[in-house]
Ligand binder design. Structure first.
Ligand code: M6P
Ligand code: ZN
Length: 189
């Protein structure tokens, strides 16, 4: 059995770090092509390449039955009316599900089926878990005024497929309308 040190992961919500994990930063420039209002995106980028989110992971060898942890810390902000969000991904191993545990802040998960037709906006709240089924694209959105912090738990064999999303993008966007988050189709009829 693993040593106690390898069985317990201590995390710090303020820094977004899990002890022993590497902290990755994703800036505005890493999200090119994701936001619907490209003029607002370019304008924001000119003002500075803001830090949008961090991910700190504890990964295990990708063998059957193993689980990975990833602590996400997504800052508040908007590009036009669209909230700051993660890149979003499918799992390379499509049937792999994931559990998100809300630890701080206010936000939601945008879920889409592979063909993009079925979509759901699921609140991600502190002290609540969201189950992300397999074969589902998932993106986290910060709809509040403070950092949204959450822990993702997923099979070590899942892998991240960003290419499928880069190619087809999410078919829905999460924007503020009259002070509240709403999910709309990306292409307006
Ligand atoms: C969660 C997990 C991670 C993921 C991170 C950021 O913590 O799902 O696996 O990397 O969110 O999301 P993304 O990889 O889409 O940028
Ligand atoms: Zn995932």
């Amino acid at each position: 059995m693993d040593s106690l040190m390898n069985l317990i992961s201590t995390f710090d919500l303020a820094s977004g770090r899990i002890a022993g994990g590497a902290l990755e930063e994703r800036h505005l420039s890493d999200l090119r092509g994701r936001f619907v209002d490209s003029a607002a995106y370019e304008q924001a980028l000119q003002a500075g390449d803001a830090l949008v989110y961090t991910v700190c992971g504890v990964e295990r060898p990708p063998s059957e039955g193993q689980l990975n942890l990833a602590l996400g810390r997504l800052f508040p902000g908007k590009i036009g009316d669209e909230y700051f969000m993660t890149k979003g991904h499918f799992h390379a191993w499509r049937p792999a599900a994931e559990v998100y545990l809300g630890l701080a802040g206010e936000g939601c998960l945008l879920l889409e089926s592979e063909d993009g037709r079925a979509a759901q906006l699921v609140p991600l709240r502190t002290n609540a878990a969201v189950y992300v089924p397999g074969n589902t694209a998932h993106r986290t959105v910060n709809t509040g005024a403070v950092p949204l912090v959450y822990l993702g738990v997923y099979p070590a064999q899942a892998g991240h497929d960003y290419a499928a999303i880069a190619e087809r993008n999410f078919r829905h966007v999460v924007v503020e309308q009259t002070g509240r988050p709403v999910m709309l189709p990306r292409e307006q009829p």
